[in-house]
Design a binder for this molecule. Structure first.
Ligand code: LLP
Length: 432
């Protein structure tokens, strides 16, 4: 009945998540509130890790892309699930370190890593650094030399794949700020150069073609293109690539019309291509890495709001305002992302009217969803926006000095706060 499998209708006709009544959660912890189902996160992590075992003889690792939702608790959970971690900044890396995440399973990404960030990574013996450009490569080699180590690296490659998704989350094409291009020879040249440096070791190549992608074809095509490149590196440089990291980007169901591919199909399909291409190109089978973020956490999350002002502009639009908005979920504003919503206190009521869910920020574009079919909504109702587990908390802000909501984790009818609600004092804490 609901888009995410962790959601249910209970006997009071309230929305339930992870066995917890959302009305009780709203009453106990207040709104707005992020709620995440831990059981579902573990289930999805396991689907991915099992698929690597089943389709690629376990010769690989799933890295959780922590940008989707990054907290100390989440990093500990991912560690317990046995996945590796993709971090993209000093802050994400620091969070992982605070969670005692095994640093050899951390992959450090980013198109403009600073010297301080690279030092933090080297000092903590981060397993792999995914190098984006020549400037970074030289800086890294010098820092590794100072530290007296040889750093294992991958290169971020633009494979020239056009994935059909929103322009802002499309990254595999040549006109992208990320990585080095294949078709111009840039990727080959930088690897040839790195291969001669003394304090970095090229162990792999990486690509990420975009996010919220529903087709298998761009992923299998990326795998094929990358395997060709691995063949070229062997033929021309006698360089044997050990790791092929194919990024993340697997689509999820935000609304009924979305029809995502089963998560293990991605692994099954690319494994097939990699195995075939390895034979064709005469290269050894690389270890496969994949970096799902959204697909592990988004369906597990919801955001609970309390409905405030309801404003009907005759023959134009009905605005239903909630006590959060672009500050806790900027995704409609940034990408016009579709979302489904449920009236948590009347979760089985028929959807009869078209409304626009607006936030409380001083910005006309501050909408959670425009023209969405909902049951009749009244002041004081509790509204649940679904599938908000990824890129909501992690992209939240204090715009208008609005404190960030708490994050509550639920499982089997139990709930616990994993991130405290911010106070006004928290917002002022760096003000001098
Ligand atoms: N690996 C790399 C190198 C990435 O850049 C990303 C996402 C991922 C993995 C994970 O992709 P996922 O499986 O989560 O799609 N803020 C946007 C999404 C930006 C994604 C950035 N990179 C949104 O809210 O849709």
């Amino acid at each position: 009945m609901f888009i995410s499998e962790c959601l249910k209708l209970n006997e009071q006709n309230h929305l339930e998540i992870g066995g917890c009544d959302t009305l009780a959660l709203a009453a106990e912890y207040g709104t707005p509130l992020y709620v995440m189902d831990e059981g579902l996160i573990k289930k999805y992590a396991k689907i991915y890790t099992d698929a690597i075992t089943k389709y690629y003889h376990g010769n690989g690792m799933i890295l959780y892309a922590s940008k989707a939702f990054c907290t100390v608790y989440m990093a500990k959970l991912i560690k317990a699930c046995g996945l590796g971690l993709d971090v993209v900044s000093g802050g994400e890396l620091y969070t992982a370190l605070k969670a005692d995440f095994p640093t050899d399973k951390i992959y450090f990404h980013g198109n403009n890593k600073t010297m301080e960030e690279l030092k933090l990574a080297i000092d903590n013996r981060v397993g792999r650094i995914v190098v984006d450009n020549l400037f970074e490569l030289d800086m890294l080699d010098a820092l590794a030399q100072e530290a007296g180590i040889v750093q294992d690296i991958l290169f971020r490659i633009k494979p020239g794949i056009d994935a059909h998704t929103h322009d802002f989350v499309m990254t595999g094409q040549i006109d992208s700020k990320f990585g080095v291009a294949l078709e111009t020879g840039e990727a080959f040249n930088i690897i040839a150069y790195a291969n001669k440096l003394l304090n970095v070791k090229v162990v792999g190549v990486h690509c990420h073609i975009g996010s919220q992608i529903f087709d298998l074809a761009p992923f299998t095509e990326a795998a094929r293109v990358m395997m060709h490149f691995i063949g070229d590196l062997k033929d021309k440089l006698n360089l044997e690539i050990e790791e092929l990291n194919l990024g993340g980007g697997f689509g999820i169901k935000y609304i009924d019309e979305h029809d995502p591919v089963a998560y293990d199909c991605y692994i099954a399909s690319v494994s097939e291509v990699v195995k075939n291409e390895a034979i064709l190109r005469g290269v050894k089978l690389p270890k496969i890495l994949m970096e799902p973020g959204r697909s592990i956490v988004a369906p597990a999350g919801i955001t609970l709001y309390t409905v405030g002002a309801v404003k009907e502009i005759p023959s134009i639009r009905k605005y239903v305002s909630v006590d959060g908005g672009m500050c806790d979920n900027p995704r409609y504003m940034m990408y016009q992302s579709p979302y489904d919503a449920v009236l948590a206190n009347k979760a089985n009521a028929p959807k009869t009217e078209l409304v626009t869910i607006a936030g409380k920020c001083c910005e006309s574009g501050d909408l959670i969803q425009k023209d969405i079919l909902m049951p009749k909504i009244a002041v004081g109702d509790t509204l649940a926006v679904l599938a908000t587990g990824a890129y909501n908390y992690s992209m939240s802000s204090n715009y208008n000095r609005i404190p960030r909501p708490a994050v509550v984790m639920v499982e089997n009818g139990q709930s616990k706060v994993i991130v405290k609600r911010e106070s006004y004092e928290d917002i002022l804490k760096n003000d001098l």
